[in-house]
Design a protein. Structure first.
Length: 311
C-alpha cells in the first residue's frame, strides 16, 4: 500500500493565482476536489488543469482542462486534453451557472472512467478520460479568478453510487458549523445495512486521544480509538458489560496528526462494519453479536473538532 494514498491533503486558503500544487498520492477514483472562489468582474476566462506533472518546457500533459469563458452575458465551458504538447478535440458545454463578479462552489468528482463536475451543487458535465487518471499528480489554476479555498476530499470507497455528489461540505476553519467534542448524534430508528456514516474533522494542537463510538442500550458494537501517545489505531467492542480483545489496525504509518484534517467512513454491510480513513479501506470489523437496529447513538470524544457529521 502506498503511504501517500492514506493522506488527506490539507486545504489551501486564498492561494495566489496562478497557483500550482502537488496532489498527494495523485488522483484516484472517488477523490474530490472542491474549489470556492469568485469570477473577476471583467473576466474573460479562467482554467483549472489536472496535470501529469508541472513541467513548462516541454509542457506537461493535461488530462483534464476545465476552461470557463465569458462573453457579455453568457458563460460556456471548454474541456479538453493536452497530450504531447498537442490539444485534442475540445468539448463545449453551454449554460454554465458562472457569472462575472459572482462567487461559486466548484466540485470535481473523479470516477474510474470519467470526471463529474458540479457548480453550486448543480451537475454540469461529465468528461471521459483520454489519459490515465493515475498519471495526474498536479493541480493548476490560472486566469481571471479569485480563489478562497481548495479542499481535497474522498468519496465512498465501497460504492460509487453512495459517493456524496454533488453536495459536499468543505473543511473550513472558522466555519460556523464546527462542533467541539463531545459530539453526539442520535439514531431513533437504529441503523440499517449500507447506512453510511462520514465524519470530517481537524485534530487539535496537542492531541491525546480520539474515540468514535456506535452505542446501543447495553453495548458498544464499535469503538475506534486513535491513540496519539502510542501512535496506534484500535478497534474494540463492549457486549454484556465485557470488552473484547483490542484489535490493532495496521497501517504503514499513524493516520492522524496534530492540526491535520481527517475523514472517517463507517459502513455497516454484510454483518460487519466496513472502515475507511481518508478514502482508503482498512478492513471489516464486527463484534460477536451485531444488531444494527439497536444502535441508537454515535459519539465522538477527544482531541478533535468536527466539521461534518453525515449519517
Amino acid at each position: 500500500m502506498d503511504p501517500l494514498s492514506l493522506l488527506l491533503q490539507p486545504p489551501v486558503f486564498y492561494p495566489i493565482v496562478p497557483y500550482v500544487c502537488t496532489i498527494f498520492g495523485g488522483l484516484r477514483p472517488r477523490r474530490m476536489i472542491l474549489i470556492q472562489g469568485s469570477v473577476g468582474s471583467s473576466a474573460a476566462r479562467f482554467q483549472v488543469d489536472f496535470q501529469c506533472g508541472c513541467s513548462t518546457t516541454p509542457r506537461s500533459d493535461v488530462a483534464f482542462h476545465f476552461n470557463p469563458r465569458f462573453s457579455s452575458s453568457d458563460a460556456w465551458i471548454i474541456c479538453n486534453t493536452l497530450r504531447k504538447d498537442q490539444w485534442l478535440d475540445e468539448v463545449k458545454f453551454s449554460g454554465a451557472p458562472l457569472r462575472k463578479a459572482e462567487s461559486f462552489v466548484l466540485l470535481f468528482l473523479f470516477l474510474k472512467d470519467k470526471v463529474k463536475v458540479s457548480i453550486g451543487g448543480q451537475h454540469i458535465l461529465d468528461f471521459t478520460y483520454r489519459l490515465p487518471l493515475r498519471d495526474v499528480d498536479t493541480l493548476g489554476i490560472y486566469g481571471d479568478v479569485f480563489v478562497k479555498e481548495v479542499s481535497f476530499l474522498s468519496g465512498n470507497p465501497f460504492h460509487d453510487e453512495m459517493t456524496p455528489y454533488p453536495f459536499c461540505l468543505p473543511l473550513k476553519p472558522g466555519n460556523a458549523t464546527v462542533q467541539k467534542t463531545p459530539v453526539s448524534k442520535a439514531f431513533p430508528n437504529g441503523l440499517t445495512e449500507s447506512h453510511s456514516i462520514t465524519l470530517r474533522g481537524l485534530v487539535t494542537e496537542n492531541p491525546d486521544e480520539i474515540t468514535f463510538l456506535l452505542k446501543a442500550k447495553d453495548s458498544i458494537p464499535l469503538k475506534l480509538t486513535a491513540d496519539f501517545k502510542n501512535q496506534s489505531l484500535c478497534y474494540n467492542y463492549l457486549i454484556e458489560k465485557s470488552w473484547g480483545e483490542p484489535q490493532i489496525i495496521l497501517t504503514p504509518f499513524f493516520l492522524f496528526y496534530a492540526q491535520r484534517f481527517f475523514e472517517v467512513l463507517v459502513l455497516p454491510e454484510g454483518g460487519v462494519f466496513r472502515l475507511a480513513i481518508n478514502g482508503t479501506p482498512l478492513g471489516d470489523f464486527c463484534p460477536p453479536v451485531l444488531d444494527l437496529n439497536s444502535i441508537d447513538e454515535l459519539q465522538i470524544n477527544g482531541s478533535t473538532e468536527l466539521y461534518a457529521v453525515e449519517c
